[in-house]
Ligand binder design. Sequence first.
Ligand SMILES: N[C@@H](CCC(=O)N[C@@H](CS)C(=O)NCC(=O)O)C(=O)O
Ligand SMILES: [Fe+2]
Length: 373
Amino acid sequence: MKPLQLFDPASSTYSYLLFDTATREALFIDPVDSQLERDLALLRDYALKLVWTVETHAHADHITSAGQLVEHTGAQSAAPEGCGIVTAASQLGDGDVLRFGGEQVRVLHTPGHTAGSVSYLWRNHVFTGDTLLIGGCGRTDFQSGSAEALYHSITQRLFTLPDDTVVWPGHDYQGRTHSTIAAEKAGNTRIAGKSLAEFVATMAQLKLPRPARMDEALPANQNSGLGVGRQDAEGASLMEVQPAQGYAGNVSPELACQWWQAGQAVLIDVRTDAEREWVGFVPGAVALAWKQWPGMALNPQFDEALKAAVPSGGRAVMLCRSGVRSIAAAKRATELGLEAYNILEGFEGDPDDQAHRGARGGWRFRGLPWRQN
Ligand SMILES: N[C@@H](CCC(=O)N[C@@H](CS)C(=O)NCC(=O)O)C(=O)O
Ligand SMILES: [Fe+2]
């Protein structure tokens, strides 16, 4: 059985779809946003249930469709832990195993092209991302790249796989599709037979132009391709603060998640314990229920817990079910001296609330991290 190899001509990127032929559960490697419609059609035509969408690294030359695939298919996203892809639900380390049906892929940490880059091993196939290309390798001149680390990853990790292991690269700029470990060990012009010093010298002399879309692609990919350049139903950017009365502003779940993951805001979940228990929760969010009794504006317990959770004058983003209680909580937090934002559409979104409705549902439908008990 072979993986399905898919090509994005604009970036010369290969994506791969693996599946269990019995259960039809599937795993995507490095899906590309401009190919989303093709890929969704493929999943339908092959009657596949996407379980995982994974990245080999944070790409500099194209934008992933991982976040959108999560929204459309219910798959889980996973990304290498050293890549800063903060929105991926699972952060992968060396040796981790992802299962789909009776199949599994194993994570090989292969730093060098970027510090977090990984390869994925499935049966006798290895998906090398930009670590090992056919007859070449990924560049090492940005994104904490390291020629020394790449030399080690290729010679010690990939070239020690069995010779007949099939190599499936993240790109090919000359139309080649796959190779083998034996062929690359023998004939890869950048590394075969080279010493570490020779390889480092070769990499230092490449002087490649920057990828054309790098400035746009990197932040987008660290957010699973969500938000950047995308708009809600009213045409507002998902990554910009929208003005509000009585608190600092309204933000999309995507922007709130980015701030929170970057340590720039504290995420406060103002729903009740019961709601979190039944519907789901965001691991790491501060649970702090907003209770509004009729005729009772103040809630000293909430005030005290909020002050304990957020440093004085700090930034808080408020999450509730549909973005109503979180407004009240953001106003109270503002009175207490915090820079407080309401998260539009909350955890679940509200189908009846046309005024606040963005392109899609709430936090849990947008490819952002959450769990159910
Ligand atoms: N011309 C391409 C840049 C391609 C590029 O730099 N690709 C990276 C992978 S993200 C690489 O490592 N290339 C290795 C090489 O060209 O030898 C673009 O603008 O996107
Ligand atoms: Fe790359």
